[in-house]
Design a protein around this ligand. Structure first.
Ligand code: GP9
Length: 417
């Protein structure tokens, strides 16, 4: 019953930090285009292959936006769908299977639903079959108004390769759709071309492949380079469109593309031994907010996908009264810097804890294991609380408990303190 939700609310209230007042409403009333970049990891940013930049366009774009360089994906077996879950709910995905399949009939009060209540039209654009990851069912539960799936795109043999519609066509057709949707809107695009096995038509290879011992990693550089080129086409066309003045972009990587099976090759490329600390750090994915009114800055805070919702909602100036959120505004300087992975590992401002071992986050040096005990404890608590909400379908009791103490009241009190 509703009592089951009370410990979670209490736990989160205790951990809660206020939203950043300086950024509150910087994008008020604006449209949002969230771009989920398939398999895109931070190590390619500002990095080179054969003397050439791998993501030349993104490297420049991030100089003009708000960029986070210590931002991690937090997905498990549900991969892209897990990243979608983290963003929409600010809760952790489950440890086994994909929550998009196993808990699609749960009650949620997801970000699209709240945006809808605040006058936004909400959609997802992704040129794959609508049933993939059970998206068509889960999107209803998340309160997404419209899903533009494969059947809404012009997909032909000529404009497809590998997994389906090439990203350049996906971006172009999506921009056309966006120009017609009711404003203000929140739409999320999910790219596809930079997906394992990372293959491309010959004429789309804008960089030579890598020369490591892993063909997968070697080809990955090319699909990343391709994605960067077509992102450029999209953003430049977006900037020329009428949308530009009233729209912000939130661009982020969904999860790793290169698994730990390719550690040796990764080490050859990066010129260092990939131990468990380096492997952990490779789970960082890019995050960039871009648009008029967003001041350029590189932010080094440690965070993860669970933090996206509170960060974005604060920027939009929308009061989000769902207290069951495990993330924290990435822009709040006093925020608790704790990024928890689904395996119970964590990164904090000082430490990285991996399966009982402890590392200094800055130096990567292994240190006394006890130093990470509090972090491991918190990570466990965090995941247990989140799981209890999902497995117990506890958000169905939200309305009954809301009278207890809404999150914005807590925030106000904390800010006054
Ligand atoms: C499929 C796409 C890729 O539609 O989102 O999913 P992934 O395999 O990365 O989870």
């Amino acid at each position: 019953d509703s009592n089951e939700l009370v410990p979670v609310i209490n736990y989160l209230n205790e951990k809660n930090t206020p939203l950043n007042a300086e950024y509150a409403g910087v994008a008020k009333g604006k449209n949002v285009i969230a771009i989920s970049l398939e398999s895109t990891q931070t190590f390619v940013v500002d990095n080179k292959l054969h003397g050439e930049e791998i993501t030349p366009y993104f490297n420049d774009l991030k100089e003009e936006g708000l960029y986070f360089d210590n931002f991690y994906h937090q997905v498990k077996q549900g991969r892209t769908s897990d990243s979608e879950f983290l963003l929409a709910n600010s809760m952790y995905p489950t440890n086994r299977g994909a929550v998009f399949f196993t808990h699609s009939s749960n009650e949620y009060e997801a970000m699209p639903e709240v945006l809808g209540e605040n006058g936004y039209s909400t959609s997802v654009m992704h040129a794959n079959d609508k049933t993939f990851w059970n998206r068509n069912v889960m999107y209803d539960s998340l309160g997404i108004d419209k899903f533009y799936s494969k059947e809404d795109y012009n997909v032909t043999e000529e404009n497809s390769y590998g997994w389906g519609l090439l990203d350049e066509h996906f971006f172009a057709q999506s921009l056309d759709k966006m120009k017609k949707i009711e404003q203000p809107f929140y739409t999320r695009m999910i790219t596809l071309t930079n997906h394992h096995p990372f293959t491309l038509p010959e004429d789309k290879k804008y960089i030579e492949e890598g020369n490591t011992s892993s063909g997968t990693l070697n080809r990955y550089f090319q699909t990343i380079r391709y994605q960067d080129e077509v992102l450029k086409q999209f953003v430049e066309n977006f900037k020329k469109s009428e949308l530009y003045d009233d729209t912000i972009l939130m661009i982020y990587g969904d999860h790793f593309g290169i698994s730990e099976n390719h550690q040796k090759a990764m080490g050859e490329y990066l010129g260092k031994d990939i131990n468990e600390f380096e492997q952990f750090q490779l789970q960082r994915v890019p995050l960039l907010f871009y648009g008029k009114g967003i001041e350029p800055q590189v932010n080094h805070t440690v965070g993860g996908q669970v933090d996206l919702r509170p960060t974005l909602m604060n920027m939009l100036g929308i009061e989000d009264n769902n207290p069951i959120q495990f993330g924290h505004d990435l822009l709040n300087e006093d925020r608790r810097q704790l990024m928890v992975t689904r395996d119970g590992d964590f990164a904090s401002e000082k430490y990285v804890g991996i399966q009982g071992s402890c590392y200094d986050r800055q130096t990567g040096e292994e240190i006394e294991a006890e130093l990470c005990d509090p972090g491991f404890k918190q990570a466990k608590e965090e995941l247990t609380m989140s799981d209890s909400v999902i497995y117990g379908d506890l958000l169905r009791y939200l309305d009954e408990t809301r009278v207890v103490e809404p999150m914005d009241e807590q925030n106000k009190q904390k800010q006054e303190e």
